[in-house]
Design a binder for this molecule. Structure first.
Ligand SMILES: *Cc1c(COP(=O)(O)O)cnc(C)c1O
Length: 489
């Protein structure tokens, strides 16, 4: 640790707060609530500010530079999203307020439902789920409920490609379904023969990411969907890669029955520390009755003089609530802002530039890095971080060395079907100069791998920490705050 902890900075008697002179009589605090042994740090305001600013500088973010983390769509988050999310009418409302007092919020949610339906082609949509994985769980529960409602409860198997994100089998397992893995073919498409063989009257459906995690559009998409429908299954679309399709292809139009959106990917709301995610789910007409409740709906039609009255509605066969209150409203405001700022043509440009940028970087790396499924890619692509001339170098070494060139590493070791995978998604928000600097760094690293491999093995050199012991971190998880050694058990 190069920074002292806030406890080590503590000095008895320092304080960072000034209490106002009380204008009420003083009362004694209940003694049993006061813990003498609680080691609260004592610091001045300036110590606290400098401590956290120093820690924050160890972070890397989309505001620092390129974040080519494949599958995650780490695009720039426009600051106007933050301005609108902080408008008092949005920020200071409570989900339990009477609907008459939050008509603006409900109108925004209703409009966003309509926009996401228009973008995807689905008939109905919920904004409740908290993230992509949660949207998957919601979608899978809807698929299960649909089959049970039809009197077909023997459908217990979900088909999932071997290139899928781990959340797909996880959501199916959590829904008490069996997972059947379907292999990819030599061109990176789903293997049609294997799909046909697996699809039967016990199939709930298929979870398909398209473009898939190799960044490839399935060349037999319509056939794939038809095979699943022909055996009575439903097709779930993992919408994490919607950034490649915005304004170009509507998943419902080609036969997807249900799909989640990742607002924190495609629609520029923050990931991780910047705020919660959001994973709305769209469904086709026949699944609409099963959506979680409540949805925002029009309770009373408006007229020329009067706006409509918005409120909450419960679909007839709803699977129930999947989230407290109505989902992450702040993310809905940001998404609404983002869609308004771009408009239909702008949304299409997002997809076009995302695809162009990925193909540009891929073309620059090709020949030096092995591209395992070498087709025109969509918004991302996968290369191998290994060379016959550089024995001992792994994708991890390339990723760590990139940090010395001030770039966040790409996703590595995913998808699992590519050895030493480096999965690169530049996103549309990067300009050519940045893309070139990134490609230059990767080409230089490939050269170093063969001439001075120790540079890679020992990387990163510039960060406050070197390589973490990831196994120890996972096995000996410390979830508690730092405590002084003499604190006891
Ligand atoms: C990100 C991602 C998910 C999961 O979404 P979260 O919002 O992170 O829960 C699922 N599938 C794919 C392909 C993804 O990239």
């Amino acid at each position: 640790m190069t920074e002292p902890t806030i406890y080590e900075l503590s000095s008895p008697g320092r304080t960072g707060v000034t209490f106002p002179v009380p204008d009420v009589p003083l009362a004694k605090l209940p003694q049993n609530l006061l813990r003498k042994e609680l080691p609260l740090p004592e610091l001045a305001e300036v110590d606290v500010v400098r401590h956290y600013i120093a820690l924050s500088k160890y972070n890397y973010s989309v505001d620092d530079g390129l974040y080519p983390l494949g599958s995650c769509t780490m695009k720039y988050n426009p600051k106007i999203n933050e301005d609108t999310a902080r408008l008092p009418g949005f920020a200071y409302t409570h989900p339990l307020q009477p609907v008459e007092t939050v008509q603006g919020n409900l109108a925004l949610m209703f409009t966003l439902q309509e926009w996401l339906k228009e973008i995807s082609g689905f008939a109905a949509l919920t904004l409740q789920p908290a993230a992509g994985a949660h949207g998957e769980l919601t979608g899978v529960l809807i698929m299960r409920a649909y089959h049970r409602d039809r009197g077909d409860p023997k459908r217990v198997r979900m088909l999932i490609p071997d290139s899928a994100h781990g959340t797909n089998p996880a959501s199916s397992a959590m829904s008490n379904l069996e997972v059947v893995q379907i292999p990819s073919d030599a061109r990176g498409n789903l293997d049609l023969v294997a799909l046909k063989a697996a699809c039967d009257d016990a199939t709930v459906g298929l979870m398909l990411t398209n473009p898939n995690t190799l960044g490839l559009f399935d060349e037999h998409l319509e056939q794939v969907i038809k095979i699943v429908h022909d055996c009575g299954g439903l097709v779930y679309g993992d919408g994490a890669n919607l950034n490649a399709l915005l304004g170009i292809l509507r998943p419902a139009d080609v036969g997807f029955d249900v799909m989640h959106f990742n607002l924190h990917k495609t629609f520029s709301t923050p990931h991780g520390g910047g705020g919660p995610g959001s994973g709305p789910v769209g469904v086709s007409e026949k699944l609409a009755d099963f959506l979680p409740a409540p949805l925002v709906g029009i309770i009373e039609e408006g007229s020329d003089e009067e706006p409509p009255l918005f409120g909450f509605v419960t679909p007839k066969k709803s699977i129930g609530r999947v989230k407290a209150f109505h989902g992450h409203f702040g993310m809905m405001v940001r998404t609404y802002t983002y869609i308004s700022m771009h408009g239909p043509d702008g949304l299409r440009k997002i997809a076009e530039y995302a695809v162009l940028n990925a193909n540009y970087v891929k073309a620059r790396l090709k020949g030096v890095y092995t591209v395992p499924f070498d087709r025109i890619c969509m918004h991302e692509f996968v290369v191998e971080g290994q060379w016959a001339e550089a024995p001992g170098i792994r994708a991890l070494d390339v990723a760590k060395r990139l940090m010395d060139y001030d770039f966040h590493p790409p996703t590595n070791y995913f998808p699992l079907i590519v050895h030493e995978a480096l999965m690169i998604e530049p996103t549309e928000t990067e300009n050519k100069r940045t893309l070139d600097a990134f490609a230059d760094a990767l080409l230089k690293i490939a050269d170093e791998a063969k001439t001075t491999p120790s540079l890679l093995h020992e990387a990163p050199h510039k960060t406050p920490f070197g390589r973490m012991d990831e196994v120890k971190a996972a096995r000996e998880l410390v979830l508690c705050c730092w405590l002084p050694e003499d604190y006891g058990d």
